[in-house]
Design a protein around this ligand. Sequence first.
Ligand code: PLP
Length: 402
Amino acid sequence: MTQSSHRAGRHFLQIPGPTNVPDRVLRAIDAPTIDHRGPTFQKLGQEVLEGIKTVFQTKNPVIIYSASGTGAWEAALVNTLSPGDKVLMVETGHFATLWKKMAVKLGLEPEFIPGDWRHGVNAAEIEARLVADIGHTFKAVCVVHNETSTGVTSDIEAVRKAIDRARHPALFMVDTISSLGSVDYRHDEWGVDVTVGGSQKGMMLPPGLSFNALSPKALAAHKLSKMPRMFWDWEDMLSANKSGFFPYTPATNLLYGLREALLMLHEEGLANVFSRHQRHAEATRRAVRAWGLEILCANPAEYSPALTAVMMPAGHDADKLRAVILAHFDMSLGMGLAKLQGKVFRIGHLGDFNDLTLMGTLAGVEMGFDVAGVPHQKGGVPAAMQHLAECARTCSAARMAA
Ligand SMILES: *Cc1c(COP(=O)(O)O)cnc(C)c1O
């Protein structure tokens, strides 16, 4: 380490995952690793396996993997499908594209509905493809709930209704890796068969855990599915999980963290967590508009509560701006992924986050524009402040009335 390596104050990790891990979670993780076949672990296992269901809003089993989100993507596919199966996927952005590539590598046959990376899923288009599929060759419809590369959220309930209107038996799989614990999501009510989640975004944990929430229909498909699998197999997991255990060594310390994170989400109340994310997203968009810049998401109904992707003025490089902000203000912002590299930067406003964290973040961006010579209008920061203050006033008026 060089003498100048210490930077005072907290680093601002404002990428849309991994997110800032709260002190309570860090402290919970900082405990001795225990025997994962012993009685103390059993209680922990039972608590987290039951507790994790609440964030998916499901009463069905949820599998917990020691893996990043990509592992849980693979688990969803290999536990339910057979080689050569057709799956319907939608190009909402970079993550949807990666999930499609994975399907190809696994020997599935995805049909990919093209998209412009500025809109969410078009449910009517899905319905049309399913209606045309008279032989029911599509075995699954796979959709990303919150496309982290673009800041666009898709209407999952609308897709469920489209599948039902088409009277198509395909399984419905949804990636909630960057929305779980930040955006209202209802696995049971929306009739999702496999929901894929991850630990390091809205769940406020370090990377390393990921999830599959199941449905009875997914479990039935599992029995007939012929994809090779071993580490990902639901069956071994479910039978060990019945008594709170895992078939192989779990990430014990991350499970301590998960128990604490679930406690925190419920102390705040999920409804409050979701409205907090909405408030910060709205304040961020007001700042972007005041700067005179464009939000990548083209449809206001699909704005992401978890992150905002901001388009750079023509001729200015987002990565240069991000480097300047990191160097001068010790803040990391999300880069533009794949074809968006250099063209957008992404502000993560999810996880352990409050009004002043947002103000620090937006001030860092506005100062960064100045330092990097990015043309913009002043006043993004006060526009966001005004929104947050207005929300606080309404909130305390409501409290006085109650
Ligand atoms: C982060 C992310 C992934 C990939 O998860 P890893 O944890 O990096 O494997 C997949 N989908 C979405 C929507 C994501 O945000």
